[in-house]
Design a protein around this ligand. Sequence first.
Ligand SMILES: [Zn+2]
Length: 318
Amino acid sequence: MAHNQFNNWLRGMHRGKIIAKKGRHKVIECIKCGFKHLYPIPSKSDLEKFYRNKYFTLIKKGGRAPEIRRLLKCGKEALREKKWLQSTLYGDIDYIIKKNILSKGRKIICDIGCGKGDFITYMTRKGWEAIGIEPSAEIRFSQKLIIYNLSLEEFIIRYPEYKNKFDAVTLLNVLEHVSNPIETLRIVKLLLKPNRGILCIRVPNDFNKLQYLTENKLRIKEPWWIAIPDHINYFSFESIKRLLESLNFKIIYYQGDFPMEFFLLMGENYVKNPNIGGLCHKKRVNFELSLPDVERRRLYSTLASIGIGRDCLIFAKS
Ligand SMILES: [Zn+2]
């Protein structure tokens, strides 16, 4: 192979330092992608099968994505969870997008990976025209909502009329799950109105300094935040911003949320004892609901500026 050919071949390869291992899986700091991800990457067809037929059943059984499990339940717990999300995450997204949007009149938003559609229900109440895309075949959707039950790739092929259509697109805890986040973001860019559409992304803030501190202090051997095969990509504020900028998105705002590692460092070891997890979550909810929105956002954006927060919430313009 000629030298140039070899360099091109190398550039196309996922490669980089191994930073963690869990079972037979590795996480690499990928030079090609600029963020951390599992290696090897699970195949697209395996993942499609997993999300279409298994994911929500696994969540209901417990052991992963407790925030979605609480929402899927009926009764008081789900109601409390919805109220909290509406007062914090959903409210922040509505507020920040509206603050940065230029277009007048009724606006249209698309939530990719919308699950049952709690977020689009909220946004509809806030005056948006809201649609969702969700590939799972395990969910029964409300007839009142506009939800396309297919993958994003299928959606853009079947409904080209939605190109350049959206004032905003949200990807809430989606990018960590997809085999090719760069491809996903390229499709999102096609859906947004050129130069003025707003993208909102929420991903876990993984391999952060509080996690490393906790790992050392509590002598936890395996990184508990690695979830296989669901979580393929592991972002930080820096790497998600870099990725967006490399695709010509312009960052307009970012914040974190409650650093759940605080509980671990205070001696509430929910990694060793998952029963404590629910209690820690309740405390976090109480804390967040006690703060005025503006103060909570100020606190979480300040913490984000030093890389702290359990999740990253980023807003960017197309
Ligand atoms: Zn890569």
